[in-house]
Design a protein around this ligand. Structure first.
Ligand code: NAD
Length: 254
């Protein structure tokens, strides 16, 4: 831990010096289940590829909508945990140093106070049309008729959540911004990700090849542990305050 803190201190003198990649484990202590944990109860017989794919949604829009409705309610009820707050606090004390890249579709980094988070996998709280709307003027999604899922009364289009499903491309510019953050940073913290979802999983290796110190924070082994210089076996809410809270801010003495 002490060695990582020393690297973090040095990195705070550089704009973009600290990049952080977060995954579902980041929000686990806020009560938002990771993918594995979300597939319990009624959903235990499905796999993520079925529920989080266009094919799965088209196969049963009602099943897909209900699953996401449950996830949305969980996100709305959740609060940022000590890990989210430690990142936001670090960002306030070191303006311009943190580049936060998240695979999470919840809004807990934003609610904690990190406004310009790079969101690789979209936003679960936003609605989109399932088909690209070809009507002119375009159909107003806010006027969709209620249902499971809601639908357009003009053209029949269905509403879907604004997340990136398996097999879909990432939002324009997001991966480019994330890669730039990885290439530029001096330290990359990888928090709460299994490293199984690409291209996000490749960012740790990219940072390492460009000379950054890579630190994984995860209570369990991940698929990208081999990319790390340091693996801290603990949870986001335990480790991040201990790690970031002791790195002095710009105006403080070290
Ligand atoms: P994942 O579910 O594949 O892996 C979660 C990882 O978090 C695991 O390695 C686990 O050991 C670790 N973990 C569990 N509790 C932790 C804790 N308290 N602190 C730190 N780490 C902890 O998640 P992923 O790698 O992000 O990939 C899954 C995909 O699922 C992503 O694309 C993401 O968009 C999506 N997803 C997002 C959310 C969310 O927005 N909160 C929730 C579930 C899934």
């Amino acid at each position: 831990m002490q060695e990582v803190i020393t690297h973090l201190r040095a990195a705070t003198s550089h704009p973009g010096g600290v990049a952080v990649l977060t995954g579902a484990g980041m929000s686990a202590e806020s009560g938002i289940p990771t993918f594995r944990d979300a597939l319990t109860g009624l959903w235990a017989r499905f796999d993520p590829a079925q529920l989080a794919s266009e094919e799965g949604y088209r196969e049963s829009p009602q099943r897909g909508w209900d699953w996401y409705a449950e996830r949305r309610a969980g996100v709305r009820a959740a609060l940022p945990n000590a890990g989210h707050l430690a990142l936001a606090d670090f960002d306030r004390r070191h303006p311009g140093v943190l580049r936060l890249v998240t695979q999470n579709v919840d809004d807990l980094h934003q609610r904690a106070g990190v406004a310009d988070t790079i969101r690789l996998h979209g936003d679960i709280l936003v609605d989109r049309w399932l088909e690209r709307c070809r009507e002119r003027p375009a159909c107003d999604i806010a006027a969709a008729a209620p249902g499971r899922p809601p639908h357009c009364t003009r053209c029949g289009n269905l509403v879907r959540p604004g997340v990136v499903w398996f097999g879909e491309s990432l939002p324009g510019g997001a991966m480019e911004a994330a890669s730039e953050a990885a290439r530029r940073c001096r330290v990359m913290l990888v928090v709460g990700t299994s490293g199984a979802v690409w291209p996000a999983a490749g960012l740790a290796g990219q940072a390492r090849r460009h000379g950054a110190t890579v630190v994984i924070v995860n209570p369990h082994p991940s698929e990208i542990d081999a990319e790390a210089h340091h693996v801290l076996r603990g949870t986001a809410a335990e480790v991040l305050p201990a790690l970031l809270g002791v790195v002095p801010g710009g105006g403080e003495k070290s």
